[in-house]
Design a protein around this ligand. Structure first.
Ligand SMILES: [Zn+2]
Ligand SMILES: [Zn+2]
Ligand SMILES: [Zn+2]
Length: 55
């Protein structure tokens, strides 16, 4: 295993891996983007085209 420099986004269906530095922290969890941090309440997309968490 390579050295872990990131964590999976706390959004359950999000597969994005975020670095600890770039992550958006909310409620003690790490998210890859504002949309995930907000739970996609407004239907915002993740911003990562390869990600299917918000489709
Ligand atoms: Zn995502
Ligand atoms: Zn995410
Ligand atoms: Zn998400």
């Amino acid at each position: 295993m390579p050295t872990v420099t990131g964590m999976k986004c706390a959004c359950e269906s999000c597969l994005c891996v975020v670095s600890l530095e770039d992550a958006i922290k909310k409620d003690g969890k790490l998210y890859c983007c504002e949309a995930c941090a907000n739970g996609h309440t407004s239907g915002e997309t993740c911003g990562q085209s390869a990600c299917s968490c918000c489709s």
